[in-house]
Design a binder for this molecule. Structure first.
Ligand code: UD1
Ligand code: CA
Length: 458
């Protein structure tokens, strides 16, 4: 396509009432500005430059793959463009300007904006939208012939202008050279005392330079986020858009309003997602899985036909046919091998649960390597932390760990070995051996009856 892109993201976002810069606020686990960067990239824009300013360090930390320029003082959108001029030195042709606070824009719409300018050889093309509630947006003022005359900000508008439902979306395609020729001529004689990028349209009109407009196919795509209510609205639109695409690709959702999927999640066919499920980060759920109800999976891979019920899975891999939950917590570095089970109220961290092995109830497994076909009895705990350092536990193939075993690491249970229920295992157990660590059971005949009598006499 050959267009360059400039994303404006230096504003504070006062209306968010937040410590965090506005464009760093997340939707479905991804900062707003990242959506705009991805849409620009997908549309073919190159280079992509982002103007940062308020909370610049925080915002720049989210943008290690694009060039950033600083706007030290936030004197308005027109001023932001002035600050970016050096980044486009010598670049002719289309320059798309995008708002970092409008995360729902699509690559298709960016492309159509560029096309509209280039096909009509206009100096600029403005993306507009018809909004039922235009409050807060700049309004599109047209003459009798329908030509865009100027853009008037809410705060500068008369009642007549406020009644206009066609708004400026904050997305434009300019002829780069024309833009930078005019952007320095802006003044800040307006209600907000800012240098408005929108006033460039006025300047172009004054010189008789043609300006095109494109209306967004769906006004929801150009929603600008200025406060937390709009943040929630944008999140809702995005949630529906993402869920619809997955459903059409073969995913079942019992109630799509109660499923939240991030933009970087991939789902196979015949996946079933039960209500109150969150799939976030870089996550892949493969064919035939059943996830939820009530599950959160972040930065993880879940192999074919696995089940994750009412559980939290972070930075982990659940392999083919494995079962997790209900109420399990898999922390980073966990691998549940094919056909294995991590059951009710079990926490696992940085451990491998071998093929076909089971940790069915109430256990903590940390820094452990469990072989294949191992059974870990209810309530077993790997005591991996001595107060200073973490140590590893190894349980070899086919071992049987009795209920309520404390495995004091570093320790190894050999292949096929057995530990007695309730044992604190502090030494390695050889393959095939039994390790028991507990007092012999004593029987005191008639004790209960004697005790009762004694109590009655007191
Ligand atoms: C802007 C437009 C308005 C449009 C609306 C669409 C202007 C003057 N107004 O208004 O016509 O309807 O977007 O959402 O352009 N920014 C900077 N530096 C600054 C000021 C802002 O980088 O000095 C960035 C912000 O971070 C934000 C974007 O520009 O991402 C828009 O700024 P914002 O203050 O939200 O403008 P609006 O009042 O929404
Ligand atoms: Ca805005």
């Amino acid at each position: 396509m050959g267009a360059s892109a400039l994303i404006l993201a230096a504003g504070e976002g006062t209306r968010m009432r937040s410590r965090l810069p506005k464009v760093a606020h997340e939707i479905l686990g991804v900062p707003m500005v990242r959506y705009v960067v991805e849409a620009a990239r997908e549309s073919g824009c190159d280079p992509i430059v982002v103007v940062t300013g308020h909370g610049a360090e925080t915002v720049e930390a989210l943008l290690d793959d694009v060039r950033t320029v600083r706007q030290e003082q936030q004197l308005g959108t027109g001023h932001a463009v002035q600050c970016a001029e050096p980044a486009f030195a010598g670049r002719d042709g289309s320059l798309v300007v995008l708002s970092g606070d409008s995360p729902l824009i699509t690559a298709d719409t960016i492309r159509s904006l560029v096309e509209a300018r280039e096909s009509s050889a206009a100096a600029a093309a403005v993306l507009t939208a018809l909004m039922d509630e235009p409050y807060g947006y700049g309004r599109i003022v047209r003459d009798e012939a329908g030509r865009l005359v100027r853009i008037v900000e809410e705060k500068d508008a008369t009642d007549d202008v406020r009644a206009i439902r066609e708004v400026n979306t904050g997305f434009y395609c300019f002829d780069a050279r024309v833009l930078f020729e005019h952007v320095h001529a802006l003044d800040n004689a307006n209600a907000q005392g800012e240098f408005y990028l929108t006033d460039v349209i006025d300047l172009l009109n004054a010189e008789g330079l043609p300006v095109a407009t494109v209306q967004a196919p769906d006004p929801r795509e150009t929603l600008g986020v200025n406060n937390r209510a709009q943040l929630a609205e944008a999140a809702k639109v995005l949630q529906r858009r993402i869920n619809l695409a997955h459903m059409l690709a073969g995913v079942t959702m019992t109630d799509p309003d109660l499923v939240w999927i991030g933009p970087n999640v991939s789902l196979g066919r015949d996946v079933t997602l039960e209500p109150m499920t969150f799939l976030l980060g870089e996550t892949s759920i493969q064919d035939g899985c059943v996830i939820g109800p009530g599950s959160r999976i972040v930065d993880s891979v879940v192999g074919p036909d696995a089940v994750v019920d009412s559980s939290i899975v972070v930075g982990s891999c659940v392999c083919e046919g494995a079962k997790v939950g209900p109420r399990a917590y898999l922390r980073p570095g966990t691998v549940v091998r094919p056909g294995a089970k991590v059951g009710t109220s079990v926490e696992v961290k940085n451990s491998i649960i071998g093929e076909g092995s089971k940790v069915p109830h109430l256990s903590y497994i940390g820094d452990a390597e469990i072989g294949a076909d191992v059974n870990v009895g209810a309530g077993t705990i790997t005591c991996n932390y001595d107060g200073r350092r973490k140590h590893r536990t190894v349980i070899e193939d086919g071992a049987f760990v009795g209920s309520d075993t404390m495995l004091v690491a570093p320790v190894r249970v050999g292949a096929g070995a057995v530990t007695g229920a309730g044992s604190a295992i502090t030494h390695d157990v050889p393959a095939g051996a039994l390790a028991v660590e507990r007092a012999e059971q004593r029987i005191v005949e008639g004790w209960a009856e004697r005790k009762r009598k004694q109590d009655d006499e007191e």
